[in-house]
Design a protein around this ligand. Sequence first.
Ligand code: NDP
Length: 449
Amino acid sequence: MTTTDDALGPIYSQVVHRNPGESEYHQAVKEVFDSLGRVIAKQPHYGQSALIERLCEPERQVIFRVPWLDDQGNVQINRGFRVQFNSALGPYKGGLRFHPSVNLGIVKFLGFEQVFKNALTGMPIGGGKGGADFDPKGRADMEIMRFCQSYMTELSRHVGEYTDVPAGDIGVGQREIGYMFGQYKRMTNRYESGVLTGKGLNWGGSRVRREATGYGTVYFLAEMLKTKGLALDGRKAVVSGSGNVAIYTIEKVQQLGGRVVACSDSDGFVVDNDGIDLNLLKEIKEGRRGRIAKYAELKGNGAHFSSGGTIWDVACDIALPCATQNELTGRDAKLLMQNGVLAVCEGANMPCTPEAVRMFAEAEILFAPGKASNAGGVTTSALEMQQNASRDSWTFEQTDAKLAAIMKDIHDYCAATADEYGLPGNYVAGANIGGFVRVADAMSALGVI
Ligand code: NDP
């Protein structure tokens, strides 16, 4: 424990004690605490009324059985979660993850991060997260539908447009949101558009929501590069993952003149020095739900697939981890820096290990933490809620312009907060402190609840 404030050590120990075995949650809390010592030293009231202890204890945690029938007629059982972390700023808001690795600790780490991220957007949304240890890979469409219906049958008791508004995350895209929205509508007899975001365009969705996390990550990156007089044009980038966030990160990097030479999935990574062919990638991943190895097979000429090593072995100017937590280690950070990386911008949640983050900070490499740089997804979800509430539908250009403006605001707020607390250029501290003070001020105003 290296927090700068003695008061935080015992609170962190208590978090570890009360949440045994939840290593990702401990990691997320520690990472925030490492920034808060300075805040409490400067404004001691933030250390009072058990405010920080309350921030670390979710308002509500729901764990439930999700029984469903597979195509062979067998009963399958999964475990569902929804952690409603903090509603001081608005209804709980955060995605649902369907992946076999999902457990309570992972949902809590994601929910905790979400509280600060949502505060940074300046929108009226609290933080929550959910999911299930369900593996959608290789499942038929009707199996996915039955799973989603069963999951929503329980979740419907806990969500609502003024209570908790889930969206997608790993393994949950528009198809799954559709099945869950359909089930919610059927159970409640209400067309309550604002209960879920990430919906399809013809049933209450927002333009740019699909692209938002990736585009927003690159808007943040461009702002960060600008502070050093740099731009994306002509730069070589590596993007891990090939899901929703990765695909639209690649698209925006390419639109701004960068060349993405590698991307991945959990089987391995492809390198294509001509620059990733985005149409081919979308056809494989969005069209056929296929594997990344297929890209090298279909592209031929020069593109190759590797199932050994890591994608971070590929030399680049810009690294954009967009797959999952703890995917970029200290060893990877060292190699990226040896290869001359200029900036690292997180599209995923907590993809860089604490060691990697520390190494980038020590080497003064531009580094954007996901809770700031990937906030474009939730920002556009909040824009979707606005459109649902006013029965309105904005154009792509209008929505994209709002997203870009909010990402610039988040960037500038993090940079200004880091300056204010004597850590110029430290976006980790800026995001943690900036998010914290907004939530803490609202919690103080609402009394001990
Ligand atoms: P998707 O399910 O669309 O894609 C996830 C991608 O990451 C896939 O290519 C997947 O490969 C890969 N991946 C997942 N788990 C692992 C693993 N354990 N090892 C290696 N690769 C892995 O998810 P998203 O793109 O939506 O989410 C990616 C990240 O971005 C997550 O951290 C998520 O929390 C974060 N995020 C997402 C937002 C959104 O709007 N969707 C908003 C903000 C953050 P494979 O198919 O082989 O599993």
